[in-house]
Ligand binder design. Structure first.
Ligand code: DOR
Ligand code: ZN
Length: 349
């Protein structure tokens, strides 16, 4: 197969940032994706519905003419979040999810949750109204090895939390381990997981290939090959509990290429081409649409998009610019380290 038409995909986990960075990166997402779950870890974070509405307006103002793109807004959960504000945001149609960052787990997560008992009332309200919780699933205990943080989180935080608050609908964001995939598969309801493109393409060797490579550093950090293979099996299985969330996370080059580089891999410009490459390798191009365009809307109780995206496989590898220039500085685009022959050749609204 060298040409594939799918419903327009959505990105169920995206960092757009703000200001000049937002203006520089947004067109690369809005070109291909019809909707995206917009991560709220700005500085300061998007904590209230009023802040989410203002951020939504800034995103819409930065959208190139002719791009058809709907930002799905997310609130950043803190120990001070008011259940009534969350419910009002949900009922007005503005808020699509709430994001739980364990404090200290990743970029701009220090305002997140330290004591999970302090957010019980909000989570109970979310369970009542059916509002999904997006979870960064890693423990922050420095005694836990960084490669084990997801597996330990499932056992010590997520599973007890889901038992305490039955009916809470949870998305385990950017799942990176076999344990994560197995946990999701074992649940009959109220749990799904997003998978990034980069975790389908690289394992942890990429971070250390011939030297330290900051552009392959993200959180959760890439794991061993056996975990990458488990993610590939889940993504290409057609199982509706798994769908695409790129976690495309731009940082300017100086913030990555330094003594303490930020976590984040910027995949928006080549996410769909890389994804087609992965699905072809797995003999699963017929299931790409489910993963990128159907399973996500089904979990979020939204209709699939009406428009379509055409992917084409070319005889020669299709070059992608290695950097995107923004008003804040240059951002390095994900290099999959293998030739990718797929490209997006057409889009309809
Ligand atoms: O790699 C990551 N980058 N992981 C996250 O959880 C946050 C993100 C960011 O905001 O840069
Ligand atoms: Zn993220």
């Amino acid at each position: 197969m060298t040409r594939l038409t799918i419903r327009r995909p959505d990105d169920w986990h995206l960092h757009l940032r703000d200001g000049a960075m937002l203006a520089g990166v947004l067109p690369h997402s809005s070109a291909d994706f019809a909707r995206a779950i917009i991560m709220p870890n700005l500085v300061p974070p998007v904590v209230t519905t009023a802040q989410a509405e203002a951020y939504r307006q800034r995103i819409l103002a930065a959208l190139p003419k002719g791009h058809d793109f709907t930002p799905l807004m997310v609130l950043y959960l803190t120990e001070g979040t008011a259940a009534d504000d969350v419910e009002a945001g949900f009922r007005s149609g503005l808020i699509t999810a709430v994001k739980l960052y364990p404090a200290g787990a990743t970029t701009n997560s220090h305002g997140g949750v330290r004591d999970f008992s302090k957010v019980t009332a909000v989570l109970e309200r979310m369970a009542e109204i059916g509002l999904p919780l997006c979870v960064h699933g890693e423990v922050t205990d420095p005694a836990v090895d960084i490669f084990d943080r997801e597996a330990v989180f499932l056992e010590t935080v997520l599973d007890p939390l889901r038992r305490r608050i039955p009916g809470l609908r949870v998305v385990l964001e950017h799942v990176t381990t076999r344990e994560g995939v197995d946990y999701v598969r074992a649940q009959e309801r109220d749990l799904a997981a997003t998978i990034t493109v980069h975790h389908l393409m690289i394992n942890r060797n990429a971070i250390f290939a011939g030297g330290i490579r900051p552009h392959y550093y993200c959180l959760p950090v890439a794991k061993r090959e056996e975990h990458r293979l488990a993610l590939r099996a889940a993504a290409t299985s057609g199982d509706a509990r798994f769908f695409l969330g790129t976690d495309s996370a731009p940082h300017v080059d100086p913030a990555k290429e330094c003594g303490c580089g930020c976590a984040g891999i910027y995949t928006a410009p080549n996410a769909m081409a890389c994804l087609a490459h992965v699905f072809e390798e797995e003999g699963a191009l017929d299931r790409l649409e489910a993963f990128a365009s159907l399973n996500g809307p089904a979990f979020y109780r939204l209709p699939p998009n009406e428009g379509h995206l055409v992917l084409e496989k070319r005889a020669a590898p299709v070059p992608v610019p290695d950097k995107v220039v923004t008003g804040e500085g240059t951002v390095t685009v994900f290099d999959p380290m293998v030739p990718v022959h797929w490209t997006v050749s057409a889009r309809t609204a």
